[in-house]
Design a binder for this molecule. Structure first.
Ligand code: MD3
Ligand code: FE
Length: 203
């Protein structure tokens, strides 16, 4: 169930299946403190994906740009702590993919409703591109798009299912990637929704 998508990018099929119900319960707690919200891009568009964070650093976007912040701009409170359940899963996945010593300080939680999408982008707001990004997919399956190191490179597709974990490191760390519009579908644990968690070493 381990498939190399690219050098440095390893799909761990079903790696988070056992923990999925507990992760979803934890997301509800995190969102009670720091609600999932549609951030505004620097260009003034409302993102179709709703986001929140836990950990010492949280990814935020507004008219002034993208950045990691220690506090939730909605409440002024620090983001909730990253639970051992989350941290241990991310560290085990990184290790399984050949990245020992992963020390995530940021967990971005994305929620997709039907039609929500993420256009092709690179993740480069983190201070350490030497650390991988670990992503956990939950709920409705989505088509993941990934290209190469340049925006114009050919885009490939792979469906990510409930419980799948992908680790992106080394030569794959700056790969262009995105998510195609979420289809209308249902999952027993999330109904029409898809969640994705990304763990990073941001600062
Ligand atoms: C490849 N999330 O939050 S996860 C993001 O499913 C993001 O919500 C998508 O892209 C989602 O930034 C895709 C797969 C993924 C995550 C991070 C990566 C692929 C990546 C970082 C570098 C290269
Ligand atoms: Fe990304």
């Amino acid at each position: 169930r381990h498939v190399a998508l690219d050098p440095g990018a390893l799909l761990l099929g079903g790696f988070a299946l056992d923990e999925a119900p507990r992760i979803l319960a934890a997301i509800a707690c995190i969102a009670a403190r720091a609600p999932l919200r549609h951030l505004e891009t620097p260009g003034g568009r409302r993102m179709s994906v709703a986001m929140t964070n836990c950990g010492e650093a949280g990814w935020v976007s507004d008219r002034s740009g993208y950045r990691y912040a220690a506090h939730d701009p909605l409440s002024g409170l620090p983001w909730g702590a990253m639970s051992p359940l989350f941290r241990d899963l991310a560290v085990r996945a990184a290790l399984a993919a050949g990245f020992p010593g992963f020390a995530p300080d940021a967990c971005l939680i994305n929620r997709y409703e039907p039609g929500a999408r993420l256009t092709l982008h690179q993740d480069k707001d983190e201070a350490f591109h030497t650390a991988p990004v670990v992503s956990v997919s939950l709920g409705v399956s989505a088509t993941f798009l990934w290209g190469g190191q340049a925006r114009g490179d050919k885009v490939r597709r792979h469906v990510l299912h409930h419980g799948d974990v992908v680790v992106w490191g080394g030569p794959a760390r700056l790969t262009f990637h995105g998510i195609a519009p979420l289809p209308v579908d249902a999952h027993p644990l999330t109904g029409p929704l898809r969640y994705n968690l990304t763990f990073r070493q941001a600062r």
